[in-house]
Design a protein around this ligand. Sequence first.
Ligand SMILES: Nc1ncnc2c1ncn2[C@@H]1O[C@H](COP(=O)(O)OP(=O)(O)OP(=O)(O)O)[C@@H](O)[C@H]1O
Ligand SMILES: [Mg+2]
Length: 207
Amino acid sequence: MKKPFMIAVTGGSGSGKSTVVDLVRASCPSIPILVLTLDHYYKDWSHLSPEQRSKINFDHPDSLDSHTLCAHIQQVARGERFYRPSYDFTSHTRSEEKVLVEAAPVVILDGIFSLYFEEIRSFFDLKIYLDVPSDVRFIRRLRRDMETRGRTMESVVDQYLSTVRPMHTRFIEPCKSFADLLISWEHHNSTTIEMLASIIQEKSQMA
Ligand SMILES: Nc1ncnc2c1ncn2[C@@H]1O[C@H](COP(=O)(O)OP(=O)(O)OP(=O)(O)O)[C@@H](O)[C@H]1O
Ligand SMILES: [Mg+2]
């Protein structure tokens, strides 16, 4: 199998990465697209007490198991299957279950650090940064975390000010310079989705 067409989608938390990836996938139903998310690649913190785990800075790239991530990106680029880890967000531990991931002609990596690690950056044929003002991202995150993750406003605000915002400025925003494409995703934008879908259609025919 030829090397898959590989896309990295990054941008700050609440920029709409997962939304864009879902919309693009829905726009190309006949193309097998493998979506990988960085969410499964957090380090296993089972050796820490619950109190210590609650203090982990999940907005810092050191919270990720970049070694396993890089190994898997290399495998997927060679068209190989692999077992990815599963991560339990409630306990901050890696689950026993490993999920078999099959190769595909198109691969998308979704996550705030998908352009951060130098070891994997060169594997991506298209590097996308969703550029959304921080106030809009904060409002989206507040809504999502309160509505779907049962969080209080105070805890979302505290986390935003203590880790999300400073780590964004330090680690995520600089990744803009690695991107091929800066996409404004402040509003729903069907032209963007159509454009990405047509790139995928064209490239997957060549794969
Ligand atoms: N263009 C848009 N306009 C309005 N709301 C949007 C838009 N795109 C996404 N959202 C909403 O913003 C919230 C965050 O989007 P999403 O979960 O896709 O962001 P993300 O970048 O994947 O965030 P995270 O990095 O935290 O995983 C969701 O509730 C989503 O429905
Ligand atoms: Mg997401």
